[in-house]
Design a binder for this molecule. Structure first.
Ligand SMILES: NC(=O)c1ccc[n+]([C@@H]2O[C@H](COP(=O)([O-])OP(=O)(O)OC[C@H]3O[C@@H](n4cnc5c(N)ncnc54)[C@H](OP(=O)(O)O)[C@@H]3O)[C@@H](O)[C@H]2O)c1
Length: 333
């Protein structure tokens, strides 16, 4: 089975331990798991964390990378993979299981010709989405969906600030927020990314850290330390900062005085449930909104995509062509 996997880890040079090659099909780790023949996958910061040695213990290597995929079950059903795997016996909401894992943390991931998942961890792929679009849903789009509509509980007409315009989660929040009738503001350090954010639906784009024309109802925060003080200042009293990541660092000053004095809500959230993945897909189909693709790379050149992600050069999602049908490949070219 061809796949991209972590052979060794290096905090400073994550691509050093990346390999693309053949590995044995791992088979079902337990009863009730099913194989998905992957058509398309997508890249995430999570893959770089695994290559750096963050969140993936060295004793689990070699480990197949990838948390996002769309593909086909053995009976021909086209599916999107839900990457949150609860621990055996867990009966509650899957993201609240303290022993949950994402694919590629304990079980082999999605950057492979075949990935095994619990039978419950797939949702039927809607034919309105291309394989490449569907592959973007399980991590960045699901996370953004839950940040906007669950963690921040935003309603049409409210204003959201999305920090770090180019990231996968940030572009997802812009697209989904716009489609849901929010006023969407973004920040970016890059003029080009600010312009592109407006192209994909942001109502206004600001230089990172700029004082905003007015305070916002909620902030989508995945940048972390570099934008945290601005996120708190940007909120109206009683507003919510939804936090799902900390690319630039996870230990900024908490500014507890600002949080209690202005009755701010800080809500952490991670990934989403299977039901939210289904709802996200329905939303895309109903509104016509679609994931923003930075580009498509073949599995053999996954290192190029991860290199661009590590360099912060990406705007939207990098999709990996594992086995796209020819017409999709031509469309993506
Ligand atoms: N909890 C979850 O379930 C979950 C799911 C998905 C992702 N995440 C996490 O969310 C984070 C975002 O991931 P992503 O792939 O969407 O995006 P990303 O590639 O990590 O980058 C997001 C944005 O962060 C901004 N940024 C990075 N370093 C910065 C700095 N020093 N100062 C100011 N801005 C900076 C950049 O914005 P500009 O260049 O535009 O300024 C960049 O576009 C990651 O940490 C990821 O692990 C968490």
């Amino acid at each position: 089975m061809r796949c991209a996997y972590v052979e060794s880890q290096d905090p400073d040079n994550p691509l050093h331990g990346l390999r693309v090659g053949g590995r044995p099909d791992p088979g079902a780790p337990a009863e009730g798991w099913v194989p998905v023949t992957v058509r398309a996958a997508a890249l995430n910061q999570h893959d770089l964390f695994s290559l750096r040695g963050v969140g993936l213990p060295a004793e689990r290597l070699p480990m197949v990378l990838g948390t996002d995929a769309a593909g086909v079950l053995d009976d021909g059903t086209e599916v999107v993979v839900h990457s949150v795997v609860p621990s055996p016996g867990w009966a509650g909401e899957e993201t609240l299981d303290p022993r949950r894992t994402l694919l590629s943390e304990l079980h082999p991931g999605t950057l492979a010709e075949r990935v095994w998942v619990p039978a419950r961890n797939v949702v039927a792929k809607d034919p309105a989405l291309t394989w490449a679009e569907a592959a973007c849903l399980p991590t960045a789009y699901l996370t953004a969906y839950r940040m906007l509509f669950d963690a921040a509980a935003l309603r049409p007409g409210q204003t959201v600030l999305v920090q770090g315009a180019g990231g996968g989660v940030a572009t997802a929040a812009v697209v989904l927020g716009r489609a849901a009738g929010l006023r969407v503001w973004v920040t970016s350090r890059s003029e080009a990314k600010r312009a592109r954010a407006v192209d994909i639906g942001a109502h206004a784009a600001f230089q990172t850290g700029t004082r905003l024309p007015e305070q916002v109802d909620a902030v989508v925060e995945t940048v972390g330390a570099a934008t945290w003080p601005h996120s708190l200042k940007a909120l109206r009293p009683g507003g919510t900062v939804a936090v799902a990541g900390a690319t630039s660092g996870a230990m900024p000053p908490a500014e507890l005085n600002r949080i209690f004095f202005r009755s701010l809500r800080v809500v952490g959230t991670t990934m989403g449930t299977r039901a939210q993945l289904e709802a996200l897909q329905r939303m895309l189909v109903a509104t016509g909104a679609r994931p923003v693709l930075d580009g498509v790379v073949p599995l053999a050149r996954v290192g190029e995509g991860l290199g661009r992600l590590a360099a912060g050069e990406v705007f939207g999602k990098i999709v990996v062509d594992v086995a796209l049908p020819e017409e999709d490949r031509a469309r993506a070219a």
